[in-house]
Ligand binder design. Structure first.
Ligand code: S3P
Length: 170
């Protein structure tokens, strides 16, 4: 039986990890941590500034380090991970060894409609037009699906209800 004290939510940008994470954490009586917010607080910079000043590779190193910090410092926690987090280094293996990982799944078209108005806060999609955004999401999603689908559970966000997920996490 897996230890369910730490829950990690993974999935593409815009899939609703933070919104769902906040809801389920309160229902499960756990703390909620957004990995991106945690990095921003620790580094004193926004994710956009980190990408701009230090580059994506440096961001990925910080992401890995802060994921380890959270794992070592917290129990009874729901962690919402940035969309790329499970796809770099051995982050996915680390999460699977330390708790339950849930992939929040949504089709590319739905992700794009959610991301459209919010590209400014996300350096990877900043300045993309609608068509470029769809191409980007489709191709990045294909690259990332092999990592996302290593999760313990897949939550089909279009067809399943929050309570369906909660029953698996209790
Ligand atoms: C990223 C997703 C972002 C953030 C960074 C990179 C990615 O998090 O970590 O901009 O590589 O998909 P969200 O998925 O919370 O937007």
């Amino acid at each position: 039986m897996k230890n369910k004290s730490k829950i990690f939510l993974v999935g593409f940008m815009g899939c609703g990890k933070s919104t769902l994470g906040k809801k389920i954490s309160s229902k499960l009586g756990k703390q909620f941590i957004d990995l991106d917010d945690f990095i921003e607080d620790a580094e004193g910079m926004t994710i956009g500034e980190i990408f701009e000043k230090r580059g994506e590779d440096a961001f990925r190193v910080l992401e890995k380090e802060h994921l380890h910090t959270i794992i070592n410092a917290y129990d009874d926690v729901v962690v919402s991970c940035g969309g790329g987090a499970p796809c770099y280094f051995d982050n996915m293996k680390t999460m699977l060894e330390n708790g339950v990982v849930v992939y929040i799944k949504l089709p590319a078209e739905v992700l794009v409609s959610r991301l459209k108005g919010e590209t400014n806060q996300r350096p990877l999609v900043a300045n993309l037009g609608e068509e470029e955004l769809l191409d980007f999401v489709k191709s990045k999603l294909l690259d990332r699906i092999p990592y996302y689908t290593m999760s313990d559970f897949i939550f089909d966000s279009l067809n399943e209800k929050e309570k369906d997920l909660l029953t698996k996490l209790i």
